[in-house]
Design a protein around this ligand. Structure first.
Ligand code: ADP
Ligand code: MG
Length: 241
């Protein structure tokens, strides 16, 4: 893929998405438009069912809209075929989910290394980056532990390290603190904030000016305070920008 540097990381224009059909259709997104500038941490709030997950999945190329336009890092997602979307998800976007999504039989270090294996990174470079990432998320001493041997907060830190493995331009997190207690959730949010402020690394080694952008769905008022901007979804529409 080309390395065009745009100042707008995410551009969403009049995106619509329904599930089911005709009389029984659920209108998850009813014409959503917003931009996320490169380097910002944008929070997406809204009640359960307001369309947050649908929107994040569409922005991340995991789902397609019925109508409207989505650009990520200068690419119109409608122009990408399955391979193009796969490459986008693997190389440009890091995902963090509420339920962590770690592979239980792999160690923390092996989990973090998975995206680099998929990209066929050289083993030596992979091991070095895994070590760097685990120390950046405060888990240097836990590299050999499996998810079942880690706390929820530690598992989410591993998931964040994994999401950063391939130096993504965009981090998408769907209620990343939803399964954590308030204090642990706060520290995970502060970690995301540190990632997006740039740290110097790993973002600084990422090849796009050290600027990771994040779009984070949350109910967590702590994160709302840490975000550069808060968008609110209500019944499939943005009501506050
Ligand atoms: P949120 O993440 O804010 O809770 P979602 O995006 O998950 O909201 O859901 C928005 C609406 O779309 C809800 O009414 C939900 O029930 C519906 N919905 C989401 N995914 C599906 C699906 N795969 N099939 C049918 N309805 C869905
Ligand atoms: Mg959701």
């Amino acid at each position: 893929m080309s390395q065009v540097v745009t100042e707008t990381m995410v551009r969403v224009e009049d995106v619509r998405k329904s599930y089911g059909r005709d009389g029984a259709a659920v209108h998850a997104l009813r014409g959503v438009s917003f931009d996320v500038p490169r380097g910002e941490l944008v929070a997406l709030k809204g009640r359960s069912g307001s369309g947050k997950t649908t929107l994040l999945n569409i922005v991340g190329g995991l789902d397609t809209p019925d109508a409207g336009r989505v650009e990520v890092d200068g690419r119109d997602l409608a122009t990408l075929d399955e391979d193009g979307l796969l490459a986008l998800r693997r190389d440009r976007v890091g995902f963090v989910f509420q339920s962590f999504g770690l592979l239980p039989i792999l160690t923390a270090a092996e989990n973090v290394g998975v995206p680099m294996r998929l990209r066929r990174a050289a083993p030596r470079a992979r091991e070095e980056r895994v070590e760097l990432l685990l120390s950046l998320v405060g888990l240097a001493d836990h590299a050999a532990q499996r998810p079942g041997e880690l706390s929820g907060g530690q598992q989410q830190r591993v998931a964040i390290a994994r999401a950063l493995a391939n130096e993504p331009a965009l981090l998408i997190a769907d209620e990343p603190t939803g399964q954590l207690d308030a204090e642990t959730g706060r520290s995970v949010m502060e970690l995301l904030r540190a990632v997006v402020r740039g740290w110097g690394s790993p973002a600084g080694r990422s090849g796009h000016g050290g600027r990771v952008t994040a779009l984070v769905a949350t109910h967590d008022t702590t994160l709302l305070g840490l975000a550069d901007r808060v968008l609110e979804l209500r019944d499939g529409r943005i009501v506050e920008d």
